[in-house]
Design a protein around this ligand. Structure first.
Ligand code: NAD
Length: 498
C-alpha cells in the first residue's frame, strides 16, 4: 500500500486533491514508498494565508511563551529521535546512526533558540542627549519561507525554523520532495508542543511551490539551502521581489594534508568525511590535497580503509554507508566515475564494483577513489555529491592554498598538520567560510553560525546561531524623551545631542 504525504497547513493535514504528485522511494530497495502532493499556486496561497493569520497572535506572544513551546518541542524531539531517524533512513537512505547524528545536531539548534530571550535583548543608552534615551528593539519580519534540500531532511529545516519562531515569525517550510516525511513529523511534534495552528506550515512540491513563495508579497524573507544554480536563482528572484534572502549553495570541500600530518588521522578523516552519508553532505570532503611527498602513503592508507567499509541497507546495524537517494542521482554520480576514468585520473578504488548487503533494486554505488586528478577534469570541477573522493597532488603549501582559493566554491575546508604556524596561516589565508584544523570539515556548533563563501552562499547572513537571529529580525531604534518642564520651544536646526 503506497502512502500519501500531503501538506500541513493551519495545524492539520491538507485535505484537498493534488493535481500533481511525486514519487518517494525507499533507496535501499528501489521501491516507491509514497506519493507526495505537489503544491499548485492555490496551496501556496493557502499556506501563506494561514501563516499570515497566525502572525499577530504569535508575534505578540511573550518571549517566555514562545520559548516555552521550543523547550517542549526539544523534549519531544529528543524522546522521539529514533522514530525520526528511521523516517530519514527510509526515504534518504543514510544509515540510522548517521540519521541520529543529524537529529542530535538539529537539537543543538533548538536549544540555541530556547535561549533566544537572552540574545534578543536590544541596546539602551540612557541620556544620549540630556533627558533623551535611545534604545533598539528587534522585531520579527512576518511570514518567512524556508526551502530545504534532500540531504538533511530533519537538520536543515531545524537550522531555521526554531530561530524564526523564537523571533516571532510564522513559517512556511518547503522541504525536498525526495524525502518529505521528516518535515511533517517535525510539524506534528511542534503542534504537540503547543505551537498554535498556522505558525508553522509545511508545503510540499517542486519549483512551482518555490516560485510561489518567492513571488508572494506576504512572504518577507526566504532561507534556502540546496545546489548552487538553484541557490543563485532563489537569491536573485527573491531579492528582486523585495525579500530578504539567504541562499546556501553547493560545495567542493578540500582537505589539505601537509607532509608533517598524522597520516592515520588524516586517512581516517578523509574516509569518514568522504563517504559518510554516501558523500551526500554539503560538508563532505570531496578533494584531498596531498602535499608532496605524502601522496603515495596517504592514498594507500585511504584505500586500505575503504576496502573495509560495509555498504548496505541503512536499517541494518552492520551498514556503514547506505545507497544514494534516487536512481537518477546514482546514475549521475556514476557518470562522473566514468568521466574521471576516461579523463585519465587513476581509479584506485572503483565503487561500481561494490558488493552490497541489500536488495538488488537499491540505488547502490560503492566508495570510489581517484588519484592524480587534474583540476580541469569534471570529477574535480563539479560538485558530484556522491561517494567519490579525488586526490590532487601539489608540491607545496602555497600551491595547495592557491588550489583551494581558486575553486569556485568556499563552503568548508580542512588542514591536517602538526605545525601550528602552518595551520594558523591557513585559517587566515584560505577563502572559505568554515575551516577545520585536524578536524574534517566541521559543521559549526549551534551557537556559531553556518555558511560558506563564494558560490556556496548568496546573501550576507549565515544560517543559525547569532546570524540566524539577525536574519529573522529587523531592528528599530527609538529615541524618546519624557516630558519635563524645561523644553526649549520650536527649533528648526538639525537636532544635536547636548
Ligand atoms: P536542489 O537545489 O536540487 O533542491 C533544493 C530545494 O530547491 C528543494 O526543496 C527543491 O525542491 C528545490 N528546487 C529544486 N530545483 C528547483 C528549481 N529549479 N527552482 C526552484 N526550486 C528548486 O538540492 P538537493 O539536491 O535537494 O540538495 C543537494 C544540494 O544542496 C547540494 O548541492 C549540496 O551541496 C547542497 N547543500 C548545501 C548546504 C549548505 O549548507 N551550503 C547544506 C546541504 C545541502
Amino acid at each position: 500500500m503506497v502512502e500519501r504525504i500531503s501538506h500541513w497547513i493551519d495545524g492539520k493535514p491538507w485535505s484537498g486533491v493534488a493535481q500533481r504528485t511525486g514519487d518517494v522511494f525507499d533507496p535501499a530497495t528501489g521501491e516507491i514508498r509514497s506519493h507526495v502532493d505537489f503544491a499548485a499556486p492555490e496551496q501556496v496561497a493557502e499556506a501563506v494565508d494561514a501563516a499570515a493569520r497566525a502572525l499577530p497572535g504569535w508575534r505578540s506572544a511573550s518571549l517566555a511563551a514562545r520559548t516555552r513551546i521550543l523547550f517542549a518541542f526539544r523534549e519531544l524531539l529528543a524522546a522521539r529521535k529514533h522514530e525520526l531517524a528511521r523516517i530519514v533512513t527510509s526515504e534518504h537512505g543514510k544509515v540510522e546512526s548517521d540519521a541520529a547524528g543529524e537529529i542530535a545536531r538539529a537539537i543543538e539548534n533548538v536549544e540555541y533558540a530556547c535561549g533566544a530571550a537572552a540574545h534578543l535583548k536590544g541596546g539602551f543608552s540612557e541620556n544620549a542627549s540630556t533627558g533623551v534615551d535611545v534604545y533598539s528593539i528587534a522585531q520579527p519580519l512576518g511570514v518567512v519561507g524556508v526551502i530545504s534540500p534532500f540531504n538533511f531532511p530533519a537538520m536543515v529545516p531545524l537550522w531555521f525554523v526554531p530561530n524564526a519562531l523564537a523571533c516571532g515569525n510564522t513559517v512556511v517550510l518547503k522541504p525536498s520532495e525526495k524525502d518529505p516525511s521528516a518535515a511533517n513529523f517535525i510539524a506534528e511534534l511542534f503542534a504537540e508542543a503547543g505551537l498554535p495552528a498556522g505558525v508553522l506550515n509545511v508545503l510540499h512540491g517542486d519549483k512551482v511551490a518555490v516560485d510561489g513563495l518567492l513571488e508572494h508579497p506576504t512572504v518577507k524573507a526566504v532561507s534556502f539551502v540546496g545546489s548552487t544554480p538553484v541557490a543563485r536563482y532563489v537569491y536573485e528572484t527573491g531579492t528582486r521581489n523585495g525579500k530578504r534572502v539567504q541562499a546556501l549553495g553547493g560545495a567542493k570541500n578540500h582537505m589539505v594534508v601537509l607532509p608533517d600530518a598524522d597520516l592515520d588521522l588524516a586517512a581516517d578523516a578523509a574516509v569518514s568525511a568522504g563517504f559518510g552519508s554516501a558523500g551526500e553532505r554539503c560538508m563532505a570532503v570531496s578533494v584531498v590535497v596531498a602535499v608532496d611527498p605524502v601522496g603515495d602513503e596517504l592514498v594507500a592508507r585511504i584505500a586500505e580503509r575503504m576496502g573495509r567499509l560495509r555498504v548496505g541497507d541503512g536499517r541494518r546495524e552492520s551498514s556503514e554507508m547506505g545507497p544514494l537517494v534516487t536512481a537518477a542521482h546514482r546514475a549521475r554520480v556514476e557518470s562522473y566515475v566514468d568521466a574521471g576514468a576516461s579523463a585519465g585520473a587513476t581509479l584506485v578504488v572503483d565503487g561500481r564494483e561494490v558488493t552490497v548487503d541489500g536488495a538488488d533494486g537499491g540505488f547502490w554505488l560503492g566508495p570510489t577513489l581517484f588519484d592524480h586528478v587534474g583540476t580541469d577534469m569534471p570529477v574535480y570541477t563539479d560538485e558530484i555529491f556522491g561517494p567519490v573522493l579525488s586526490v590532487v597532488r601539489t608540491p607545496s603549501y602555497d600551491a595547495a592554498l592557491d588550489l583551494v582559493n581558486a575553486n569556485a566554491y568556499g563552503n568548508g575546508t580542512a588542514i591536517f598538520t602538526c605545525d601550528g604556524g602552518a595551520a594558523r596561516r591557513f585559517q587566515n589565508e584560505v577563502e572559505v567560510g568554515m575551516v577545520g584544523v585536524n578536524v574534517p570539515i566541521p559543521v559549526p556548533v549551534g551557537y556559531y553560525s553556518f555558511g560558506g563563501w563564494k558560490d556556496s552562499l548568496f546573501g550576507d547572513t549565515h544560517a543559525y546561531g547569532p546570524e540566524g537571529l539577525h536574519f529573522f529580525t529587523r531592528t528599530k531604534v527609538v529615541t524618546s524623551r519624557w516630558l519635563d518642564p524645561s523644553h526649549g520651544g520650536v527649533n528648526l536646526g538639525f537636532p544635536r545631542n547636548t
